[in-house]
Write a protein that binds this ligand. Sequence first.
Ligand code: NDP
Length: 341
Amino acid sequence: MSLFKPMENLGDEPQEKNEQKPQEREHVKCLILGSGPAGYTAAIYAARANMEPVLYQGMEPGGQLTTTTDVENFPGYPEGVSGPQMMEDFKKQAERFGTDIRWGMATAVNFDKMPREVVIDDKKVIEADTVIIATGASAKYLGLEAEKKYAGSGVSACATCDGFFYKGKDVAVVGGGDTACEEALYLAGLARKVYMIVRKPYLRASKIMQHRVMNTPNIEILFEHETKDLYGDGVVEGAILVKKRGTPEEEEVKLKIDGFFLAIGHKPNSEIFQEYLETDEVGYIKTVPGTTRTNVEGVFACGDVQDKVYRQAITAAGTGAMAAIEAERYWAEKYAQTHPA
Ligand code: NDP
C-alpha cells in the first residue's frame, strides 16, 4: 500500500464545490520530512545553522530503526543501543537546538511553486524556502502473519543490523536478487549455514554475485521454494516451505532455522514527489553525485529514499548532514538578502 497520496488540489485553480482546499498556510525556512537518522541529523545541522527547521515525523516516527533490536554498528555507542532508544537520542539532540518536531505526514507537494509547497495531512500548506526529503524506504515483507509475530525474535529485513546475533546458527534469506546475495554472503561470514529461499529456478542477481554465492560453501540455495509459515516457541525455530508449488512434485518442507531474513526489495517512500523529482525505475530519488541536490532547486534528498546501495543509519546520518549544509548554503545565496533571519 502506498504511504502517500498523489498530489491533488494544489495551486490557485478554483476547486469543485464540495472539495476541501487546504486552508492553513505557514512559511518556513527549512522543512524536513522524515524522522529517521537522516531527518534528525539534517535537523541538528539546520537548527545549529539558524535555519529554524520544522520537521514532520511521518508515518513511522523514528524510521526503520524503531523496528530493530540492538544497534551495535553506530559509532559512539560502544555497548550498543536499542534502535528505539537511539532514535529517541537523535530526537532529543535535534530538539535541543530548537527543531520544531511535529506529528504529521506530507500528503502532497507542489514543487512548481516558489517557495516550495508541501501539504501536511491533507489540510495544512507549508511554504518552504528549502525542503529536505528524508522519508526513507520500507523493506518489503511477504505478508505472512508470522513475520509480525516474530518481528525482532528471528525475523529481520537487515542482515547488517541483526546478523551478528546469529553467529554460529542457521539462517535463511528470502529472495534471489543482489540484495539477497549480499545479505547471504554477509551472513555466511557469521552463521553456520545460510539457506537462500528462491521462488524461481534461477537467481535474478548479477552474475558476479551469483558466482560468489555459488562459491561460498556454507550457502545452500533452495530454488523453487516459497515460504508458507514460520514456527517456534516465542522465537523462530523453523520455516515451512512449499517446494515446486503448482507442479505434480509439490511438497511441503520443514527447514530448521534460527533467523529468517527478508531480502525481497525495498520501496522508497517517494510517491508524492515523483511528479517533480527524477527517480530511478524503482522510485529512488536521484541526486547530483556527491551532493544531496535533486533536479528541483531548493529540494534536497538524503537517507534511504535516495540510497539503494548502503542503507545504513550512519550513511543516512551522513547524507542528512550534507543536506542541511547544502540547504543552508542555498538559502544564504538565494534568500538572505530578501528576507534575512
Ligand atoms: P530485486 O527486485 O532485484 O530482487 C528481489 C528478489 O526478491 C527477486 O529474486 C524476487 O524474485 C524476490 N521476490 C520478490 N518478491 C517476492 C515474494 N513475494 N516472494 C519471494 N520472493 C520474492 O531487489 P534487490 O533489493 O535485490 O535489488 C534492487 C536493486 O538494487 C537491483 O537493481 C539491484 O541490482 C540493486 N542492488 C545492487 C547492489 C550492488 O550492486 N551491490 C546491492 C543490492 C541491490 P523474482 O526474481 O522471482 O522476481
